[in-house]
Design a protein around this ligand. Sequence first.
Ligand code: HPA
Ligand code: ZN
Length: 316
Amino acid sequence: MNTPPKAELHVHIEGTLEPEMVFALARRNDIALPHESVADLRAKYEFADLQSFLDIYYANMAVLRTAADFRDLAAAYLDRCAAHGVRHAEIFFDPQAHLKRGVAMETVIGGLCAALDDSEVSASLILCFLRDESAESAAEALRLAEPFLDRIVGVGLDSAEVGHPPSKFTEVFRRAHELGLRAVAHAGEEGPPEYVREALDLLGVQRIDHGIRALEDPELVERLRREQIPLTVCPLSNVRLGAFAELGHHTLPRLLEHGLLVTVNSDDPAYFGGYADENFDAVRRELGLTPEQLRTLAANSFRASFLDEDGKAAFL
Ligand code: HPA
Ligand code: ZN
């Protein structure tokens, strides 16, 4: 694989937890697992939809207990970035999923930052709120993160989408903007185009994560094009969670043809069959993207990043 240098803007650090590391951390932390082997765990990675994935994703996280666990997780991901031509990463993390297991915000952020500080890959953190938890719980997570805001570039919104519209989180995103944070949100992955509009109009997000269902709404597509709102698309994830029956049916080429600012990302690579390069390679192979389109996707990833203009210029 030799795709061009790129940024990764849509990756959940907990979604980089490989089955081998689940077992290694379970051993280190003396946690009993309900799986017989790495192969047995991996065999369970057949997903019908987002929720069936999230059930395993949250269950596996139970092995992450100490700052060293979060450090090792992020260090392994950043090593893979270096091997996959990813020069800059804006990494999601899900603190509410750890807080409710009794793991402190400081443990999570301290561990992740130990790896970031030690890596040659440029990287920052995006704190995601779990949309299937309450707005109060999100506000509490943001409050607990305030002492660490110099380590966080923005906030995001993830987890089970349908039935949990962006409007539920207007207030906590308003507070995040007040604190000087950038904002993104998952929208239009399984949820309707209306959720994409809400994320833009009510949450003031600067990027949409996924956004694939925007294509159902021509006026929204025109707005995304006009305002050049980035969409962080995750091709292998979309296939593994059932949005498309096979990669050859993915609408990535249509999004590009509409002139949208699209990027390619791995989402939860330990679960969906590939890191950044595997996603690039798969769309090249299965969707017949031209070298020119692949260069556009790579350049878009820096353009859509939260790097400052000098930082972008250094990569572009
Ligand atoms: N979608 C929504 N929430 C998530 C995902 C995803 O693909 N991965 C981790 N949290
Ligand atoms: Zn995601």
